[in-house]
Write a protein that binds this ligand. Structure first.
Ligand SMILES: CCCCCCCC/C=C\CCCCCCCC(=O)SCCNC(=O)CCNC(=O)[C@H](O)C(C)(C)COP(=O)(O)OP(=O)(O)OC[C@H]1O[C@@H](n2cnc3c(N)ncnc32)[C@H](O)[C@@H]1OP(=O)(O)O
Length: 140
């Protein structure tokens, strides 16, 4: 497995830099060059929770959104935006647990990129799954 750290976007809520965006989760997005997917490791702190001790689903959706956006970006340098995303929460993601998100570009059709992603705990259990459609922007 050959992992490279992607540059991130300084202002991004997920992969930014706290100097540019004080609310950023400041996560590193890695790219697995052999298996062509993103990989984002994280350990949630208390500020990520909805119910006490359980990570907010919106935060997990944001991480999966980034995992998929960067899977496209690693393979195609143009700008795609999220048009549709379906998220399935299968197991709670716990405060202070060790997790990894992975994002995949499954296929492209015309301006659409079809992607998938998941979050697994350290035992390999899938906690959250997502599928999305990104669309190549006209303007940017
Ligand atoms: C050190 C520096 C590094 C710099 C790096 C910089 C790059 C960083 C790279 C990566 C970072 C990633 C971090 C971000 C990650 C998060 C991403 C987001 O959160 S994006 C924000 C949320 N999403 C929006 O705001 C979209 C809002 N919607 C729109 O803008 C439009 O509705 C848009 C563009 C999606 C479509 O509008 P139309 O007018 O351009 O195009 P039409 O004709 O409607 O659709 C085009 C094609 O897409 C399909 N389509 C459109 N919407 C669809 C949908 N909801 N589901 C399925 N298909 C859809 C259509 O059927 C059509 O397909 P047919 O070309 O005919 O085959």
């Amino acid at each position: 497995m050959s992992l490279k750290v992607l540059p991130g976007t300084p202002s991004c809520f997920v992969c930014g830099d706290k100097k540019e965006n004080s609310r950023s989760l400041e996560l590193n997005i890695c790219w697995d060059e052999d298996d062509e997917h993103t990989s984002i490791s994280f350990v949630p702190d208390g500020s990520w929770c909805g119910y006490e001790g359980i990570v907010h689903g919106g935060i997990l959706a944001a991480i999966l959104d980034d995992a998929m956006a960067w899977a496209i970006k690693a393979l195609d340098d143009r700008t795609y935006v999220t048009a549709k995303m379906n998220v399935t929460f299968k197991r709670p993601v716990q405060l202070h647990g060790h997790y990894s998100a992975s994002g995949f570009l499954d296929r492209k059709e015309e301006r659409r990129a079809y992607t998938s992603a998941l979050i697994q705990d350290e035992d390999g259990n899938t906690c959250v799954e997502a599928k999305a459609v990104f669309v190549l922007t006209k303007a940017i």
